[in-house]
Structures are given as C-alpha cells and as structure tokens.
Design a protein around this ligand. Structure first.
Ligand SMILES: Cc1cc2nc3c(=O)[nH]c(=O)nc-3n(C[C@H](O)[C@H](O)[C@H](O)COP(=O)(O)OP(=O)(O)OC[C@H]3O[C@@H](n4cnc5c(N)ncnc54)[C@H](O)[C@@H]3O)c2cc1C
Length: 382
C-alpha cells in the first residue's frame, strides 16, 4: 500500500478533503477508526445555506429534516426574542447520513476507504512526514504517503504527532450532551436557544427541530459542578417527549490552531480548530477548509513540492476566506464569557425593544443609557 494522500478521519472533514483531493487524479486513502462512517453522531445537524453553496452541491432532500427560518432566544428570566435574520436560515440535516453521503461521493471520485483502522503514529524522516502507522485487524501497518491530512477531530493525534498542538485549554473546550427526542411541541422551522447559568453554565441549550414533533435537544457546558448530561436531564424534565438517541462530544471553541500545516501535513476541521467560538458550529467551516486542504494537498503532490513553505498556502487561503470571521467570533465569545444572567436578560430585553439590525450610534447611546452594566461589558470588548 502506497498513497499520494492519506486522510486521517472519515467524517465530514475527512470525506470533503479526500473528495477534493481525489477529484484531481491523485491516489487517496481515507482512514477511519470506527467501523461505520458518521457514527456515533456528535452533532445537532444545523447548517447554514452556505454549506452547500461552498461545496457547489444541491442540498439533497433526503438529508434534510427541517428547513430553518429563524430562532427564538430565551433569556434566563424567561423573556424571548424571535429573529428571522437570514444568517440563521438553513437546514437541520441527518448528520450520520450526510457524512456517509460525502464518503460515498469521495469513494466514487476514487478514494480508498479503510475502516476500523486507527492511525497510531506518523512516519517522519528528516522532519518530513512520509506516511502513517495504522492498527488494522490486529496488525500494525506502515502506509507510506506523500502527504497526510489530519481530519481526526477535536482530540487530533495527527496534530500532536506533527508537533502542531499540545491539547486544549479546558476553558476552550465545551462539553456537550444531546438527546434526539420525539413527541415534542415545537415549531419545525424555528431553532430555540436557552441561556442562563443554571441551565448551561458557560454554554447554551439548543432545540434543533427535525420535523414536526422531533428535535435534537442538547447543551454545552464549560463551568459548574455538574456534567453536561446532568444539566440536560434537568432541562428536559419539563419537556413532554421521549428520548430516542443520546449523543455526547467535545467542541474546541478556542479558535484555530496557531499553525495548521507542516512538512507533509495539513490539519482541517475540528483538528485545526475550525469551529465558530460562539456557536460551536463547525460544518460550514469544514466545507471551506477541508475542500481547500484536499485541493492544495493534491496540487502539492502534482507539483512535487511537499515542503512546509509550499503548504503554507493552505493556511493563507483559509484565513483569507474565514480568518476574520473567526477572529470576530472569538471577540464575541469573550463578550459572552463576561456576561452574567442579569446582563443576558438586559441584552434580550434590548433586542426586543430595538431594531438591532446594526448597532447605530443612536442604539449605542440608548444601550449606554438604559443598560449601563451591559454597555460596559460591550465597550471593553468591541
Ligand atoms: C453535540 C454536538 C453538537 C454539534 N452541533 C453542531 C451543529 O449543529 N452544527 C455544526 O456546524 N456543528 C456542530 N457541532 C460541531 C461539529 O459536529 C464538528 O465541528 C464537526 O463534526 C467536525 O467534523 P470533523 O470531521 O472535523 O471531526 P469529527 O466529526 O470529530 O470526525 C473525526 C473522525 O476522525 C476519526 N478519528 C479520530 N482519530 C483517529 C485515528 N487516530 N485514526 C483514524 N480515525 C480517527 C474519528 O473516529 C471521527 O470519525 C456539534 C458538536 C457536538 C459535539
């Protein structure tokens, strides 16, 4: 076995990266440690329309559970704010089917897929990555490759082995738990978010509809004495509905890694920290970065240049596309981190009583007059 490109991780980022590499006529292998692509699910399935636009795909109807028109934000004191901002409009997808559909597309483009195979190490010669060592069916195999793409998620071993990351600061990891539930009383076109220290300390609760009475109900937490599942059980105790699936997982919300490439290696998706620090959403960013990773890896092979300096164009390119948004989102996260329940109540009240399309000078003055504490928090961040 010998490949031009080896992709470690076979979910959304790995499938997109391998698809875009295979489209360019190089030999690609995607390695996944689980026996099935897409499970266990670690996602609520929410994507903006930009996801499919980036991949130049029509949204496949069979993957769409709900089309989303807006969202309700629930303040800790119970006040609600309904928004139909176009940025929120999109889909709730059946995530395990999406990952499988992308893997199938990738295989059809030429990618070989190796399942139940865990990458244990990188082959490194004179500082250049030259392949991977894999445990598969009880054996350790050496698989040489010209380039390795780490799409192996939040706990990326490729990032560690390539010396690009040492693990996340606990403040930058959000721990999530989610139930898929049926028999719920929900609006199938509206997302719901609940905020408050007693509900989800350091995070938020989401209800993402998957049709008329079905939804992913989940939350992420960063502080507090109890686990995500404790808070989730507490939250759903007031809902009428039955649980049909449990999903758990961590999300990196500290922003992108300082460096996402090295000699013969690229990182993408959660492995690279390509996740929105406020929402914890990673799929739309994976569409941008993983397609670039696959394309640039193949170009490096074709141009016979696998050096770190050639591969740096990957980071330049993804920064050009999403770098500013991620930096802005990090600032917003710092803002939310500094807000207590009282300030969150003020914010939702403010959103309800003002046209918040843009923070005009007038609205800033109004904010300073009516909600001085909230204004001070905003002023320190913006
Ligand atoms: C509960 C929850 C809800 C979320 N909801 C949303 C949402 O609604 N919208 C959104 O956009 N984002 C959401 N996210 C974030 C989103 O799921 C991630 O950003 C996205 O899944 C990242 O995809 P990935 O392919 O980079 O990594 P992963 O999905 O983590 O895939 C990595 C893959 O690599 C494999 N792997 C790991 N190590 C190895 C190894 N050594 N050898 C071989 N294979 C390996 C793993 O088995 C896994 O299949 C959510 C996350 C969680 C936890």
């Amino acid at each position: 076995m010998k490949y031009d490109v080896v992709v470690v991780g076979g979910r959304i980022s790995g499938s997109i990266a391998s698809l875009y590499a295979s489209k360019q006529d190089v030999n690609v292998l995607m390695i996944e440690k689980n026996q099935e692509i897409g499970t266990p699910v670690q996602c609520a399935g929410g994507v903006t329309r930009s996801f499919f636009e980036t991949l130049q795909m029509k949204p496949p109807q069979k993957l769409i559970c709900s089309e989303i028109e807006g969202a309700i934000l629930h303040a800790p004191d119970g006040e609600k704010f309904l928004t139909k901002n176009s940025l929120l409009q999109g889909y709730i997808l059946e995530r395990k089917m999406l990952d499988k559909a992308l893997a199938i597309k990738s295989a059809e483009a030429g990618t070989d897929i190796m399942l139940k195979a865990q990458v244990k190490d990188l082959i490194i010669e004179k500082g250049q990555v030259k392949g991977v060592i894999v445990r598969h069916q009880g054996k350790l195999l050496e698989i040489p490759s010209k380039i390795v793409i780490g799409a192996d998620g939040v706990e990326s071993q490729v990032a560690r082995m390539a010396g690009l990351h040492n693990g996340h600061n606990p403040q930058d990891l959000i721990s999530c738990a989610q139930y898929e539930m049926v028999g719920l009383d929900i609006d199938p076109e509206i997302l719901e978010f609940y905020f408050g220290f007693n509900k989800a300390p350091g995070g938020y609760v989401w209800i993402f509809p998957k049709g008329e009475n079905r939804a992913n109900v989940g939350l992420g937490v960063r502080y507090g004495a109890n686990s995500a599942i404790y808070y989730l059980n507490k939250f759903i105790s007031h809902l009428k509905g039955k649980i049909v699936e449990l999903n758990v997982g961590g999300v990196p919300i500290g922003g992108p890694l300082k460096k996402t490439y090295s000699h013969g290696v690229l990182l993408t998706g959660d492995a690279a920290g390509h996740v929105d620090p406020v929402t914890g959403g990673g799929m739309h960013l994976s569409a941008v970065c993983s397609s670039l990773a696959g394309k640039i890896a193949a170009e490096a092979v074709i141009n016979e240049n696998l050096s770190s300096s050639y591969l740096s164009r990957y980071e330049k390119e993804w920064k050009k596309r999403i770098g500013k948004n991620l930096q802005r989102s990090l600032k917003y996260r710092a803002l939310f981190d500094n807000m207590d329940d009282e300030e969150l109540n003020s914010l939702i009240k403010f959103l309800n009583t003002n046209d918040f399309k843009s923070l005009s000078t007038l609205s800033i003055l109004k904010l300073a007059r009516e909600y001085p504490k909230l204004f001070l928090v905003l002023k320190n961040i913006l």
